[in-house]
Design a protein around this ligand. Structure first.
Ligand code: PMP
Ligand code: GLN
Length: 417
């Protein structure tokens, strides 16, 4: 095998999705809604596939025209600048492929990429496969204020970030809401950020923030990209329609940025994937048109979904607290991490020899799946191998699930304690 594969073969999704299926566990682990997407987007998909022969054939390789046009309009209105639909977008197979194209297009051997820890796990292998070196800057729970109860209490030190920047630093990856923590913004004010960093910014945003933070969250990202002179010119902003419309299986994503950077992502795309599914792009275009028309109103799904999530978040947090598990309340997204130190008392039960050399959180998660029928994700999987040892006391729950799923999870949690 090629050298680039060394050290990137392990993957928490491969491992835990399989285990969850094998044990038919209640799934509050992997991040996908187990309810249907809203009816308007399902209808959009149906009308796309019955919309004529062209919907079943290749479309423009860099992005279906209807989709890039409405995305340019949607994001352009938020930031008040013209975004060129043809030059400034690459449509991709989910946010995953947008990330892959970006790293492949921008990172050379020897380049360093700053990754804020904990991080969505694929950043590390993708940077390495591009020949780059990941440099990790941790979000740390604030000391002295007692237990950190909100993701806002997990902070990044601008000084630590600054001290890790050097001429080899090629990019900083920012993910809001942070997966797995749910942190919505970094302490870095936009102006501070500019002083610190003159390289590229890989800016990953999802629109599934809580309450009505969608607007603020998207705005935060776009402000990073636009409110400073020269920042748009070096920022790639990545999104996922799977997240926006609760349809993760459609795998439609995008990278947006200045044409002179996006053109390099296009080179990667045209030499690897080339086209993305036409009908799915057409349906997402219709969905965005609807969200454009209803933006900020009660009819907007980008407002309705966060309202639903708000209730589910409170419900899960209350359940965890009732059995002595202390959750870190997320400001956005649909994941919640919780401290599992108090489960140490069950450690004697972890007599599964197949996991004896694994981190504590991996062992607890496997025990929960196998013995209790409940699937979550170990948070040390969102850390670099170097730092994994220090963070074995958290597991991640996903709460974008039917109330019946949350109820089933609650029943298990309340029984075992
Ligand atoms: N990045 C982050 C931060 C994510 O949370 C996810 C999926 N939850 C992805 C990328 C992948 O998105 P997609 O399914 O659109 O490829
Ligand atoms: N992004 C989703 C999560 O964080 C799913 C990731 C995956 O299945 N690879 O759970």
């Amino acid at each position: 095998h090629a050298r680039r594969l060394e050290g990137v073969d392990k993957n928490i999704w491969v491992e835990f999705t399989q285990l969850t299926a094998d044990y038919k566990a209640v799934n509050v682990g992997q991040g996908f809604p187990d309810f249907s997407p809203p009816s308007f987007i399902q209808e959009a998909f149906c009308s796309a596939i019955t919309g004529g022969a062209s919907m079943h054939q290749y479309t423009r390789g860099f992005g279906h025209p209807a989709l890039v046009k409405i995305l340019a309009k949607f994001f352009g209105r938020i930031v008040g600048r013209d975004i060129d639909p043809m030059e400034d977008f690459q449509i991709t197979v989910g946010a995953y492929q947008a990330l892959f194209c970006t790293f492949q297009a921008l990172i050379d051997e020897g380049d360093e990429v700053i990754i804020v820890e904990p991080f969505f796990d694929c950043y590390q292998p993708m940077v390495k496969m591009a020949g780059g070196t990941p440099v990790y800057i941790p979000l740390k729970p604030r000391k002295s204020t007692g237990p950190a109860l909100s993701s806002a209490d997990w902070v990044l030190s601008p000084e630590e970030l600054a001290s890790n920047l050097n001429p080899r630093t090629k990019a900083i990856v920012i993910n809001t809401p942070n997966n797995p923590l749910g942190k919505v913004s970094l302490e870095l004010s936009v102006s501070r950020f500019n002083i610190l960093f003159k390289g590229n910014l890989l800016n990953q945003v999802f629109s599934n923030c809580l309450k009505c933070q969608v607007k603020e969250c998207v705005k935060y990202h776009l402000e990073l990209a636009t409110s400073l002179p020269g920042m748009w010119e070096r920022t790639v902003t990545i999104g996922s329609a799977g997240k926006s419309f609760s349809a993760t299986g459609w795998k439609v994503g995008w990278a947006m940025g200045p044409g002179n950077i996006i053109k390099h992502l296009k080179t990667i795309h045209q030499n690897s994937v080339y086209h993305c599914a036409t009908a799915a792009q057409e349906a997402v275009a219709m969905g965005f048109q609807r969200e454009y028309d209803t933006f900020g109103t009660e009819d907007s799904y980008f407002k309705q979904l966060p309202a639903q999530l708000h209730k589910k978040r409170l419900r899960l947090a209350e359940c965890l607290r009732s059995v002595g598990l202390e959750p870190v309340m997320p400001q956005g997204g649909y994941f919640m991490i919780t401290d599992i130190s108090s489960l140490r008392k069950y450690y004697v039960d972890l007599n599964d020899p197949s996991t004896k050399d694994e981190p504590y959180d991996f062992r607890i998660v496997k025990w929960l799946i196998k013995e209790k029928g409940l699937a979550t994700i170990p948070v040390s999987g969102f850390y670099s191998p170097e730092h994994r040892g220090n963070v074995q006391n958290y597991i991640r729950f996903c709460f974008v699930k039917e109330d019946s799923t949350l109820k089933a999870a609650e029943d298990i949690i309340r029984q075992w304690s």
